[in-house]
Design a protein around this ligand. Structure first.
Ligand SMILES: [Zn+2]
Length: 432
């Protein structure tokens, strides 16, 4: 059994690991590199394998940095099966399709012609859905998906072959408001583990920060614009706000959402609500939230003077519906932009978070934002350092651990921490 680390070795995107046995070649995740142009260009590097020789892909979860390279492999001739949970299948279809349409629409994109919507159709037909805790056979190995928290459908993967090997996937937090915590790592010979927050613990109190934001918008009759990822973060925010207004009806103000992909993701979360912590609340929140779909609804809302809260995409202000809100209210000093997510280097969201007020979109449109900007790191859907340590509390200290999916500093800090806790074989994963 040989492990070849291909992506997510230098940073937190492009997850892809090749597992090779005498009988087969399997990929664990097949994600896109995302971020600044120099990172996006990594997608264009030649793959260290022939896609036609890959027997199967095992997908931990639906984020683009884990599934976004699949249609490219399909375009290059991959026709094996793709294994994931059913919720991951549905969300991955949505996310890959969105990616293909972005590439198709934007002729200046670095990944133009990387793949087309037709490749996503074929990719989706190759999926085989599997349930958590139900082992299945694959080319002489036994594979089991285990709940990883993080987002709907996310899994760790436990593989039994000549040795046992576990891939953490992205791990969720222990106190996520709607997704159950990850299940502890099982005993395993080899562990490939994410380390996004290996270097630190989370700051802030998510519910308090959201409550403060809602109060600020209401008491000052502001326009509150929340930049949110269409999948997972939006459903969490919609549910939290719904629940807060249920217990504080006197504070309720108008809440709308705007984002076609968000609306599609809502349908998938509703379909799989029983895999979330509070299915009734989630369903009620998603059923009741007001959706801005048609141009006439936008025409009427754009004249609004507040109080009003809008949840709209994208989460890093990299494109999407949020731009029309920013443009419409850019001169309004009473407007307030809330950034409750990770803001990658090179995005307008990062610039705003760091105090810049003149931003431009991918087409060069310039906006000068006059209102307030609030950012928060409390809403992360990743396990922090303490939670990562807790996740491996039941494995043997001699387990061979490889750390991937983290910035260099986070991986080094986490490796040092694990060694100080008695783990004897900790290595930072390196691409060959
Ligand atoms: Zn993820």
């Amino acid at each position: 059994m040989k492990i070849k680390f291909i992506g997510a070795t230098e940073d937190v995107t492009g997850s892809m690991t090749l597992l090779e046995t005498p009988a087969c070649k399997i990929l664990i995740d097949c994600g896109l590199y995302q971020g600044i142009p120099s990172v996006v260009k990594k997608n264009l590097r030649p793959l260290p394998f022939n896609p036609k020789e890959i027997n199967a892909i095992i997908l931990t979860h639906a984020h683009l940095d884990h599934c976004g390279h699949i249609p490219r492999l399909v375009k290059l001739g991959f026709r094996g099966n793709i294994y994931s949970t059913k919720a991951t299948l549905k969300l991955a279809h949505l996310i890959m399709n969105d990616s293909a349409h972005i590439l198709e629409k934007n002729e200046h994109h670095l990944l133009q012609d990387f793949y087309e919507p037709e490749d996503v159709v074929i990719a989706t037909s190759l999926f085989k859905a599997k349930k958590h805790h139900e082992p299945f056979s694959l080319l002489g190995m036994e594979i089991t998906f285990l709940p990883a928290g993080h987002i709907l459908g996310a899994s760790s993967v436990h593989i039994k072959g000549e040795k046992s090997i576990t891939f953490s996937g992205d791990l969720g937090r222990s106190d996520d408001p709607i997704i159950f915590p990850p299940e502890k790592c099982p005993m395993t010979d080899i562990l490939v583990m994410e380390s996004t927050y290996g270097g630190k613990n989370r700051n802030g109190d998510l519910e308090k920060e959201l409550k403060d934001f809602l109060n600020k918008i209401r008491t000052n009759s502001k326009i509150g614009i929340i930049a949110s990822f269409a999948v997972a973060r939006s459903q969490m925010l919609i549910t939290l706000i719904h629940d807060y207004y249920l217990s504080h009806p006197e504070e309720k103000i108008r809440l709308v959402i705007d984002g076609p992909m968000m609306t599609e993701a809502n349908k998938i979360y509703r379909e799989f609500k029983d895999y979330t912590k509070h299915p009734q609340n989630l369903e009620a929140a998603l059923n009741e939230v007001e959706i801005i779909e048609h141009i006439r609804e936008w025409q009427s809302i754009k004249k609004n003077e507040g109080p009003l809260i809008v949840i709209t995409s994208s989460g890093m202000v990299a494109g999407g519906r949020i731009w029309r809100y920013l443009e419409n209210w850019q001169d309004d000093t009473n407007a307030c932009l809330f950034l409750p997510g990770y803001q990658a280097e090179g995005t307008a969201g990062r610039a705003l978070k760091e105090g810049e007020r003149t931003i431009h979109d991918e087409q060069g449109k310039i906006i000068k934002w006059s209102g307030e900007v609030i950012s928060s790191e409390a809403f992360s859907s990743h396990a922090d350092q303490n939670e990562l340590v807790s996740w491996i509390s039941e494995i043997d200290k001699k387990t061979q651990i490889y750390l991937n999916h983290g910035e260099v500093e986070a991986k080094i800090k986490f490796k040092e921490l694990l060694i100080s806790l008695g783990y004897q074989n900790v290595l930072i994963a390196e691409a060959e």
